[in-house]
Design a protein. Structure first.
Length: 96
């Protein structure tokens, strides 16, 4: 029997694309934050970067009803995460 019904898990192609992008950018951005802290202030900076990364992850989870990968990602937090990851990448490249 062929199941031709709607996919009950997906919230749409656009939302699936945003979740995939966030799934790649969040660990990348969090790691860059720790690396940037280490590059600027050595061990103490890495600790500050780790605390900043923890805050960022908890902010994201709070924004999406206690889920790291929600069914439907809102546009505002998605764009903010994208911009932060790009800025962290540029600053980290410039700092090293």
């Amino acid at each position: 029997m062929v199941n031709s019904g709607e996919n009950a898990v997906s919230a749409g192609t656009g939302s699936d694309f945003r979740v995939a992008i966030v799934g790649a950018l969040m660990p990348f951005g969090l790691g860059l934050l720790v690396l940037l802290g280490y590059a600027w202030l050595s061990f103490f900076g890495a600790i500050l970067g780790l605390l900043g990364a923890l805050w960022w992850a908890l902010w994201w989870r709070k924004k999406h009803n206690k889920k790291f990968f929600p069914r439907d990602v809102e546009g505002g937090p998605f764009v903010l995460t994208l911009v932060l990851a790009v800025l962290l990448f540029i600053v980290t490249i410039a700092a090293t």
